[in-house]
Write a protein that binds this ligand. Structure first.
Ligand code: AMP
Ligand code: MG
Length: 535
C-alpha cells in the first residue's frame, strides 16, 4: 500500500519512556508506544470507498488480505509506529483524572497526495497503558454503529472523524450490554477511524491538572502548528522548533486559537441540533479540538421530537447529555478547556472572549437553522419565535423530527389556511396528533403568512429546505437492523444502509422504508432506544 507517514505527534511531543500495555499513570508525556494485540482471524466486513480514495488506496488494495491484517492490528506498514495518546477529562461533570486511549491505538499519520494529513487509529486494538483494567477491545455492534454513523455524518455535512474500515477479529469479547449482570460473549471488531487530529479538550486538561505547564505549552503549540497552521500567518509551514525559538506562541496566538476552537464547537453543535443527533456522552475527553464529532458510543437520533431525550441509559438520571442541552454542555466543556489553558494567559479576558464567541456563534447557528429548516431567506427575531413555537408543538404532538421537516417543504404556503395533509405521516400517536391539530393549523397559517411576506419563491424555498432537512438519517433502529443481520452472518445490511446514507438529502425514490417512522418494536428494544456505554 502506497501510504506515506509523518508521525508528527510522536516526533514533536515528549513520550513515555516505557513501552507496552502495562497499566500506569504516565506523567510528562503526550503518548506511549504500544503495539496492537494480534487477533485470531481478521476479516474485512465493510469499508468506506470515499475514505479509501481520500488516502489514495485502490480497490484491489482494500480487497487484499493484507489490508485486513493491517487494519485488524496484525501487521504494520512501513512508517507506522503505533501509540496511545495520554489525556484526561471531566466525565458527567466530574474530573476523572488520567483516561487516555484505553482501546484506541494510532498507527500513524498518513499524508495523502494532496498533502492532507490523516491519522489512522484502530479502535478495539487491545490493551494500552490507559486501559485501566478493561480489555482494550470493542464488540461488533458498537463498531458497526461507529462505522455507519461517522460516515453518515460526513454525508450529512456534519464535521466528524471518518471510518476507513470495519474488521471482524474472530475473537469473542465478553460484555454485559445492559449492565444487569448478564455478561455474554459477543463477536469482536475493530474500526479504523481517520481524522487530521484526535487531540481532545482532555488532552490539555491532564497536564494542566498536574501543574505541568511545560507539557501544556508544548501541546498547545504543537496543536496550532499541526492542526491550525493558518493561524500562524506568515510563519505557517515553518518548523515547530523555529516557531518556539522565535517566540511565535504568544498570548495573541493562543487567544486566536481558543477563539477558533470555541467557534467551531458552536458550529458543530449547530449541525447536531439541525439534524437531530444526540451524542450521548459529551465528556471533555470526547470533545475534539478540531470541532469534529468524535467517540461514537451511546449516541442516538431524535425520532419523536423531544429536547429532553437522551439515548444513554447511564445518563438516564440527570440527563445531562439530553438533546436540548448540547449547546450549553458544549459551552461548559469549553469553560473546562479555558481553565486548563489559563496558565498560558496572564489575563482571563481572551479566554472569556472565546467563550462569548461560542455563545454568540451558537445563537447565529440557531437562527440559521431556523431559517434553513423553515425555508426562509433570512431569519429575524420573530422567525426564531416561530421555530420555537413549532418545536414546542412537535414535542407535545410527538411528531417525528426528520419526517416533519422534510414534509413541511410540501405544504402549500400560498394558501391562507394551508392544509396539514402533507404532514400526516409525521406523527406517532393519533391521539396526541389530534389534540394538537388545531394548534398545528394555527401555526401553519402564521408560517404561510411569513412565507408570503418576503419569502422565497416556491421552488427556491423547497430546495433550501431539502438541503437542510435530511430525508435519511441513521435512525437507531435502522442501524440495529444492520447489526442484527450481521450478528447472524448477513453483513450485507451494513453496506446497504451506508449506501442510502450517502445521499441523505436526496429523494431516492423506492427507498421509503429507510425514511419511515420508527416502528413500535424499537421503542423498548436495547440498541434502539436504550444504549449503555458497554461497547
Ligand atoms: P469512552 O466512554 O468510550 O469515551 O471511554 C472513556 C475511557 O475509557 C477512555 O479512556 C477509553 O479509552 C476507555 N475505555 C473504554 N472502553 C474500554 C475498553 N474496552 N478497554 C479499555 N479502555 C476502554
Ligand atoms: Mg472517549
Amino acid at each position: 500500500m502506497p501510504l506515506r507517514f509523518d508521525n508528527a505527534f510522536l516526533r514533536e511531543l515528549p513520550g513515555d519512556p516505557v513501552a507496552g500495555p502495562g497499566t500506569r499513570q504516565v506523567h510528562g508525556a503526550a503518548w506511549s508506544r504500544v503495539m496492537p494485540t494480534p487477533v485470531p482471524a481478521p476479516r474485512l466486513v465493510a469499508h468506506s470507498a470515499e475514505v479509501a480514495a481520500l488516502l489514495g488506496l485502490e480497490p484491489w488494495e482494500v480487497a487484499d488480505p493484507g489490508f485486513a491484517a493491517v487494519f485488524g492490528g496484525n501487521a504494520l506498514l512501513e512508517g507506522m509506529d503505533p501509540w496511545a495518546a495520554n489525556y484526561g477529562g471531566h466525565q458527567f461533570g466530574h474530573w476523572a483524572g488520567q483516561l487516555g486511549d484505553g482501546r484506541a491505538i494510532s498507527l500513524g499519520e498518513a499524508l495523502a497526495a494532496d498533502g492532507s494529513r490523516h491519522e489512522l487509529q484502530l479502535k478495539g486494538a487491545g490493551r494500552t497503558p490507559y486501559s485501566r483494567g478493561a480489555d482494550g477491545r470493542a464488540v461488533l455492534r458498537s463498531s458497526i454503529r461507529e462505522f455507519i454513523c461517522s460516515e453518515a455524518m460526513h454525508h450529512l455535512g456534519v464535521p466528524t472523524t471518518r471510518a476507513l474500515s470495519l474488521v471482524a477479529t474472530g475473537e469473542a469479547v465478553v460484555r454485559d450490554m445492559l449492565y444487569d449482570g448478564h455478561p455474554r460473549p459477543e463477536p469482536g471488531a475493530i474500526v479504523c477511524r481517520v481524522a487530521p487530529s484526535f487531540i481532545r479538550f482532555g488532552s490539555f486538561e491532564l497536564p494542566a491538572s498536574r501543574g505541568d505547564t511545560g507539557l501544556l505549552r508544548a501541546l498547545a503549540g504543537f496543536c496550532i502548528w499541526r492542526d491550525f497552521p493558518w493561524l500562524a500567518g506568515d510563519r505557517a509551514g515553518a518548523p515547530l522548533a523555529r516557531l518556539h525559538a522565535e517566540g511565535a506562541f504568544d498570548e495573541a496566538l493562543f487567544a486566536a486559537w481558543f477563539h477558533e476552537v470555541c467557534v467551531r464547537t458552536a458550529r458543530l453543535v449547530g449541525h447536531w441540533m439541525r439534524v437531530g443527533f444526540v451524542h450521548g456522552v459529551l465528556n471533555t475527553d470526547n470533545m475534539s479540538i478540531l470541532g469534529l464529532t468524535i467517540d461514537y458510543g451511546p449516541y442516538g437520533w431524535i425520532d419523536d421530537y423531544d429536547p429532553d431525550w437522551t439515548p444513554n441509559t447511564t445518563d438516564a438520571q440527570g440527563r445531562r447529555y439530553r438533546f436540548g442541552w448540547q449547546p450549553r454542555v458544549a459551552h461548559w466543556n469549553l469553560a473546562r478547556l479555558a481553565q486548563a489553558l489559563s496558565p498560558l494567559f496572564r489575563e482571563a479576558a481572551p479566554l472569556q472572549a472565546g467563550l462569548d464567541a461560542n455563545a454568540a456563534t451558537w445563537a447565529e447557528c440557531e437562527r440559521d437553522n431556523a431559517c434553513a429548516k423553515l425555508g426562509l431567506e433570512d431569519c429575524g427575531d420573530d422567525d426564531l419565535a416561530l421555530m420555537r413555537g413549532l418545536q414546542a408543538l412537535l414535542h407535545r404532538a410527538g411528531a417525528d423530527m426528520t419526517r416533519f421537516f422534510r414534509a413541511l417543504a410540501e405544504v402549500d404556503v400560498d394558501a391562507v389556511a394551508p392544509s396539514a395533509e402533507p404532514l400526516r405521516g409525521a406523527f406517532y400517536d393519533p391521539g396526541r396528533h389530534a389534540a394538537e391539530a388545531d394548534a398545528l393549523d394555527a401555526w401553519l397559517r402564521l408560517y404561510a403568512a411569513r412565507c408570503r411576506a418576503g419569502g422565497l419563491p416556491r421552488e427556491a424555498r423547497a430546495a433550501r429546505m431539502r438541503a437542510a432537512n435530511p430525508r435519511f438519517v441513521p435512525r437507531n433502529y435502522l442501524v440495529q437492523q444492520a447489526i442484527d443481520r450481521a450478528e447472524t452472518g448477513d453483513e450485507a445490511g451494513i453496506g446497504e444502509l451506508l449506501d442510502v446514507l450517502r445521499d441523505p438529502y436526496g429523494e431516492q425514490p423506492g427507498r421509503d422504508a429507510y425514511a419511515a417512522l420508527r416502528p413500535d418494536w424499537a421503542l423498548d428494544r436495547a440498541g434502539c432506544s436504550m444504549l449503555s456505554c458497554s461497547s
